[in-house]
Write a protein that binds this ligand. Structure first.
Ligand SMILES: Nc1ncnc2c1ncn2[C@@H]1O[C@H](COP(=O)(O)OP(=O)(O)O)[C@@H](O)[C@H]1O
Ligand SMILES: [Mg+2]
Length: 389
């Protein structure tokens, strides 16, 4: 196990000692507070992972406090401790945001296993977001095209919280693709991190008219000193907490920052084209990913696919030793017309096959497959006879 969880107690010294003794292997408990105000200040300063709150006579004050803490520090687990699990108290507690209710009697009993279960449950809720990064070694291969349209399709299919994160700090062209400016940049998010919660995040993020959120660096704000790889890590953590999908438009570099995001991605879409130099460089890339131990999350996307090309997709997969998972056909006219008018493909060319190719990636990632109509035997027979008339 890694470092221990850090916790504070709101309640008696005796309760603190008792919790400390029973959770010694899992949790570090050093402070106890007897007033909510002192506890809140302590919490602000120490930022513990969990808070144990002893249920007091004035129950409403206790629930109000929990609600307050949860609103500001959503990632803190709160455990309420009381005599017995009265259903009414439990319900109020859960509504105010506790992770679990602990009976006094279980402190010297199975407390450790109760806590471990709660932590596992909490972790499942936390960091629910899936990171899908799009990458190519050189620019001009379609990363931004695919990332933007993928975000749009995933949102349309799920209406989940989807954010498009543009990490091209030097030369972002996202505002052109989306025909909208990002009012809240990664720099702003980093500045707000200490007080970030769900409400602040959703009220700050720029939302595109199609429904997904986007985070990008406005041209005038570029200052690379401002965002360290650690900053980007923290940003991803927050986004993973509140977003369902984070689609990353990765820069074409191997900076520490890019590698760190690749490492944290759940799916890494790597672009290839029917061109020998590109295939060769992707071959090297795959070797590198193998070395990094992350080959499993790589999905090769053959972009600008042309059926009749002398290099077939089978040739490419045999050179790469990797299957081509997705294909997006070549349709420059459609794509450039969408880009130049600042539109997403699905908004103006829903029926174009190139749009459907990207939609299929979104369907595969979200599992939102269309329901297949059961073929009726009568229909089949009718069709058969009509055809043969
Ligand atoms: N499937 C495709 N068919 C035709 N042209 C494409 C396709 N995908 C991308 N392009 C074109 O490639 C160019 C570069 O795309 P872009 O998304 O900006 O790449 P990157 O972000 O990798 O630099 C754009 O002009 C775009 O129109
Ligand atoms: Mg780009």
């Amino acid at each position: 196990m890694g470092a221990k969880y850090r916790a504070i107690v709101i309640g008696s010294e005796q309760l603190k000692d008792n919790l400390k003794k029973n959770l010694i292997t899992l949790v570090d408990i050093n402070e106890n507070y007897n007033s909510y105000s002192e506890a809140y200040k302590g919490l602000k300063q120490k930022r513990p992972d969990m808070v144990f709150v002893e249920l007091e006579d004035n129950k409403d004050a206790c629930f109000d406090f929990i609600r307050y803490v949860k609103k500001r520090y959503g990632s803190t687990m709160i455990f309420l401790i009381g005599q017995n699990k009265d259903p009414d108290i439990l319900l109020k507690g859960l509504r105010s945001g506790i992770s679990d209710f602990i009976e006094f009697s279980s402190i010297n009993g199975n407390l450790l296993s109760i806590l471990k279960e709660s932590i596992a449950r909490f972790k499942n809720i936390e960091e629910k977001g899936e990171i899908i990064s799009v990458f190519s070694i050189k620019g001009g291969q379609g990363v931004t095209t695919i990332a933007t349209n993928l975000a749009d399709h995933i949102y349309t299919l799920t209406e989940d919280n989807v954010v498009l994160l543009d990490l091209n700090f030097y030369m972002s062209d996202l505002s052109v693709f989306l025909n909208s400016m990002c009012e809240y940049s990664p720099f702003d998010l980093i500045k707000d991190l200490p007080r970030m919660d769900e409400e602040l995040l959703f009220s700050s993020l720029t939302r595109h008219k199609r429904g997904f959120y986007f985070l990008s660096v406005p041209e005038e704000k570029v200052d690379l000193q401002d965002l360290s790889p650690e900053d980007v890590d923290d940003m991803l953590k927050v986004l993973k907490n509140y977003m369902d999908y984070i689609i990353v438009d990765l820069p074409h570099d191997f900076s520490e920052r890019t590698i760190s995001v690749i490492d944290k991605s759940d799916i890494l879409l790597v672009l290839v084209q029917q061109s020998v130099p590109i295939i060769k460089s992707v071959e090297k890339l795959i070797f590198l990913f193998e070395e990094m131990g992350i080959k499993d999350k790589v999905r090769i996307v053959l972009n600008r696919y042309v059926e009749s090309d002398e290099i077939s997709h089978k040739d490419i997969s045999s050179v790469l030793g990797q299957e081509i998972i997705y294909k997006i056909r070549n349709d420059y006219k459609t794509i450039i017309s969408a880009i130049n008018s600042g539109n997403l493909l699905n908004a103006i060319f829903p029926d174009k096959r190139v749009n459907k190719d990207i939609k299929n990636i979104a369907i595969d990632i979200t599992n939102m497959f269309p329901v297949k109509k059961q073929k009726n035997i009568k229909d089949i027979i009718t069709k058969f006879f009509i055809k043969r008339k």
